[in-house]
Design a protein around this ligand. Structure first.
Ligand SMILES: C[S@@+](CC[C@H](N)C(=O)[O-])C[C@H]1O[C@@H](n2cnc3c(N)ncnc32)[C@H](O)[C@@H]1O
Length: 311
């Protein structure tokens, strides 16, 4: 993106505010005049008029005789899971992250993340966004991780609450135990279908892991949430919970290999105590110290994967 394009952040913030205040939801259900819309939302008529005028210009709404409707573009983005433009909750998750990012100047001075209690947005947006984002890469990533392991592998998916990877492992004959934080398990457990070979456990991996032995421990985008101490401990506990021929697989952005990994570390800086992105050499050292034989990392469907075998 051209950093001199000042329209872009304005569009992003206008669309986010329209989702948040229910403008799209109301106009998705029925066509309304700006005045009716303001009434329905119990919002200020002038503000609604100004914002809907800009949404019209941007193509998110359409208007016939003073009556507003959601456009095909906005419908595809927010309400049509079959559309390639559908973004699930990823857009709103990024919108929710704006507040901590605006605290970056304070974080640079203090070294502290944005205060948790001031954060915006329900974890629902985050978890649904993760679930949606993973859909494209999950088939190839899970096939890669399972290469050479027994067909009926037992897998521990740490931080796997969004369920996408677990379901792909199951399609390949595995049974999966998911360990995730209690709020996430409470939210996602009702999504489990009867008979799916997936067990969901509430817990904190910093406190311990379920008893194995597992054939594969899968760490999908969790290592960036914590620092060296926690990751080393997690790899050591993983080594203990794996069978003698077991494997660990880490999906994460590898620092030093692309610009996204460097920018994502800033996201972790404003959102976590000691999270960040780590180099391949750091992962290799931490994994080797925990007893794994580490392979060169691979890029599968846009994801970077590091694997280590116990033998
Ligand atoms: C960035 S999401 C990744 C989700 C999924 N594995 C993926 O790759 O799409 C991180 C997940 O780890 C979980 N998580 C974070 N800290 C955790 C902890 N200490 N113990 C267990 N789960 C944790 C979060 O609740 C969330 O589901």
């Amino acid at each position: 993106m051209n950093i001199n394009n000042f329209e872009f952040p304005r569009e992003f913030l206008i669309v986010g505010a329209a989702v948040k205040t229910g403008i799209f939801q109301a106009l998705h259900k029925e066509a309304l005049t700006p005045e009716q819309l303001a009434q329905k939302l119990k919002a200020d008529p002038r503000a609604v008029w100004v914002v809907t005028e800009s949404l019209l210009e941007l193509g998110y709404l359409k208007q016939t005789d003073n009556v507003l409707k959601i456009s095909n573009q906005a419908n595809s983005m927010f309400y049509n899971p079959e559309s390639p433009d559908y973004n699930g909750f990823a857009f709103m998750h990024t919108y929710d992250l704006f507040t901590p990012w605006l605290g970056l100047p304070d974080t640079i001075i203090s070294g502290k993340p944005y205060p948790k209690e001031k954060k915006q947005g329900p974890p629902k947006n985050f978890i649904r966004a993760m679930s949606h984002i993973a859909q494209k890469s999950a088939p190839n990533v899970t096939a890669y991780c399972l290469e050479g392991l027994p067909r009926k592998s037992k897998i521990l998916d740490i931080g796997g609450g969004p369920l996408t990877y677990a379901r792909e492992f199951v399609k390949r004959g595995a049974s999966v135990t998911i360990l995730d934080l209690p709020a996430v398990i409470d939210m996602m457990q009702p999504d489990l279908l009867p008979g799916e070979p997936i067990t969901m456990l509430k817990g904190d991996f910093n406190e311990g892991l379920p008893d194995g032995p597992f054939d594969l421990i899968y760490l999908g985008n969790v290592c960036h949430i914590y620092g060296e101490k926690e990751n080393r401990r997690l790899f050591q506990r993983s080594a203990k919970a794996l069978s003698a021929e077991g494997r660990i697989a880490i999906i994460d952005m590898i620092r030093g290999t692309n610009v996204h990994a460097a920018l994502f570390a800033v996201n972790m800086l404003v959102n976590t105590e000691n999270g960040g992105t780590w180099t391949f050499e750091q992962y290799k050292e931490w994994l080797t110290d925990a007893g794994f034989k580490v392979k060169p990392y691979s890029e599968i469907s846009g994801r970077q994967i590091i694997t280590g075998d116990k033998q």
